[in-house]
Design a protein around this ligand. Structure first.
Ligand SMILES: [Fe+2]
Length: 381
């Protein structure tokens, strides 16, 4: 059996109401100056948290101006605000983008390393502050992963920093924080979490120690996604999505994603398509391309999301892909790239750009060349 390293937060708090335990978690870190990174939408929750921290004699500052797709300039602004305050602890409260910025700010507290020198795997020198991440969507799994994604505005490409130093000290996952998420965001982030599980399971570096998270994540999300999209207050469905998202996140460090995510990045960087939406648009086409390289894996994915056995693994896998398309249609997500502002003249360039995401393409169960990527973009268009 191949070696694998599971790096996870020291503490993972999960369940309804666990957000209220955050001040106790901050005390555990031993810090006294807490920088809360969030969005304006979540300011009321951030202010409540800050108030509770001040009752414990901790100093706080809130930065609440994170856009949905943060770039390098925004990261630098947040870091500057944090340094001016003088933090020793960072609390990220928000969706994946917010958490990614919070993670990088914690890492760069004292380090003058250039952010662009850290894009890639294992290039970060350390982390200068304690870090607690609290997701308010159920999708990215950033609260437990070693990854952070930023838009590099110089070439409009989303780039990843992957480092063990980005795994938070604690993750606080409270499904109650997700009940107000609008249906399109519930749908897109939920499918993103599902893709994390699927790409980790049908992956050149798949591992039994990670497969269990991947399969259980799919099992949680598949029957509950449409329920949560149609009724955001369905706490059972919200809980299942949060759990599935956590499991998907736990797949990212040891195995990570593959071609769906690689092809998705230029759509996010250049066309600002939300991450979960770009994944959803690409996934049936990438999976059809991959199917003959890992038929048993795709058949197991299909069975896990509720598809009955067909005549062969290939047929079962194909039925599973159809089921995923049905799910995204039921969630009322866009079904074609042309619906999100992409023109047919963009497809060749998108394929070329996606080939740069080698850190994920190397995981794909089937080798993908630029002409394959272009054919996939064309099919998705
Ligand atoms: Fe993702």
């Amino acid at each position: 059996m191949n070696p694998v390293t599971l790096q996870q937060p020291r503490r993972i708090l999960f369940g309804n109401g666990s957000f209220e335990q955050t001040p106790a978690e901050v005390l555990q870190t031993g810090g006294s100056r807490v920088f809360i990174v969030t969005t304006s939408f979540l300011l009321p929750q951030a202010e409540t948290l800050a108030e509770n921290l001040r009752k414990l004699d901790l100093e706080t500052r809130i930065f609440s101006d994170i856009e949905t797709e943060p770039d390098i300039a925004l990261f630098k602004r947040v870091l500057e605000s944090g340094r001016e305050f003088g933090f020793d602890t960072v609390v990220g409260l928000g969706g994946g983008s917010v958490l990614d910025v919070a993670k990088l700010v914690a890492a760069f507290r004292e380090d003058d390393q250039s952010i662009t020198d850290t894009f890639g795997i294992g290039l970060l020198r350390g982390r200068g502050a304690s870090l607690i991440c609290i997701p308010t969507t159920s999708g990215t799994g950033s609260e437990v992963s070693p990854n952070a994604i930023l838009l590099d505005e110089t070439d409009q490409l989303k780039k990843g920093v992957v480092s063990p130093f980005l795994v938070p000290d604690a993750a606080v996952i409270d499904p109650l924080l997700t009940v107000t998420l609008p249906p399109p965001i519930t749908a897109a982030t939920g499918l993103d979490a599902m893709v994390h599980c699927m790409e980790a399971y049908a992956n050149l570096h798949a591992h039994p120690a990670v497969d269990l998270y991947a399969l259980e994540g799919m099992r949680q999300i598949a029957p509950n996604l449409v329920r949560a999209v149609r009724d955001g207050s369905d706490l059972e469905a919200r809980g299942a999505l949060s759990l599935g998202s956590l499991y998907g996140g736990l797949c990212l460090g040891p195995v990570n994603t593959a071609a769906v995510h690689a092809l998705s990045y230029p759509l996010g960087g250049e066309f600002h398509v939300p991450h979960g939406v770009s994944n959803t648009l690409l996934l049936p086409h990438v999976f059809r391309f991959n199917l003959d390289a890992a038929p048993d894996r795709y058949a197991e994915i299909a069975r896990t999301i509720g598809v009955s056995d067909r005549g062969s693994a290939i047929e079962t896998g194909r039925a599973g892909i159809d089921r995923l398309v049905d799910l995204s249609v039921a969630c009322e997500l866009p079904q074609q790239l042309r619906e999100v502002g992409v023109k047919d003249t963009d497809l060749e360039h998108l394929a070329t750009e996606s080939m740069k995401v080698t850190r994920l393409l190397k995981n794909n169960p089937k080798e993908m060349k630029v002409e394959d990527a272009e054919a996939i973009f064309r099919a998705a268009w």
